[in-house]
Design a protein around this ligand. Structure first.
Ligand code: 5RP
Length: 223
């Protein structure tokens, strides 16, 4: 199967998960990226069951609205039943690296509100130790050089994502060459650097459910 076929398969499995477990009229959180895009296209078929969605990026909001799926402001929502999103890497503890699409801050906010985080991935995203995928860090523009110096002290090589501005008007530093053996410790440490908005480690709030698509079909893993 191609990677796109795996993404399609896991998106369909996530649609079924939502249809089975999200009460009719409840709010669904929707992630960002190519796997999330397959999921958005799948949930068009069950849109009448949803009380609405909260989007983790402007791109996701636009795609949802293109299907006629209502997108709500998070501030107008009391609860999100399920949040479905992809990841760049996920380890055995269900900690993730996210932010390849630059939406990490809004993704982390939606994930924090959601009762259940369902991560949808193809099998290439499952790793023993995270860090091969560069860790995205969203920074306030005036703090870019300061934050880059602090990130370099961790042993990684921060690189500015050229020509990219987040939905929040900030920059992304992608940190190459890390070996993330303590995801919670590193997430906390980087978030303490002044000028960092947040980083792409989702360890404190990892996934509750992983739907993982491989050659043998879609496997379900629980935290
Ligand atoms: C976007 C993300 C995505 O979930 C992550 O980059 C995975 O994307 P894709 O499904 O395209 O591989 O965190 O900010």
């Amino acid at each position: 199967m191609t990677q796109d076929e795996l993404k399609q398969a896991v998106a369909r499995a996530a649609r079924d998960y939502v249809a089975d477990r999200l009460p009719v009229g409840a709010i669904l959180g929707v992630g960002t990226g190519s796997t999330a895009n397959f999921f958005i296209d799948e949930i068009a078929a069950i849109k009448d069951r949803l009380g609405g969605t909260v989007a983790s990026s402007e791109a996701t909001a636009k795609r949802l609205q293109g299907h006629g799926i209502p997108v709500l402001d998070l501030n107008d929502v009391a609860a999100i039943g399920i949040y479905v999103d992809g990841a760049d890497e996920i380890d055995a503890s269900m900690a993730m690296v996210k932010g390849g699409g630059g939406a990490l801050t809004r993704e982390k906010i939606v994930a924090a509100v959601a009762e259940t985080f369902v991560c949808i991935c193809d099998a290439s995203k499952r790793v023993a130790v995270m860090g091969r995928f560069p860790l995205p860090v969203e920074v306030i523009p005036m703090a870019r050089a300061h934050v880059a110096r602090e990130l370099a002290k961790l042993g990684g090589t921060p690189k500015l994502r050229e020509g990219f501005v987040t939905d929040n008007g900030n920059l992304i530093l992608d940190v190459h060459g890390l070996s993330i053996t303590d995801p919670i410790g590193l997430e906390d440490h980087i978030n303490q650097v002044v000028g960092v908005v947040t980083n792409g480690l989702f360890a404190r709030r990892g996934a509750d459910v992983l739907l993982l698509a491989g050659a043998d079909g879609v496997q379900t893993h629980l935290r």
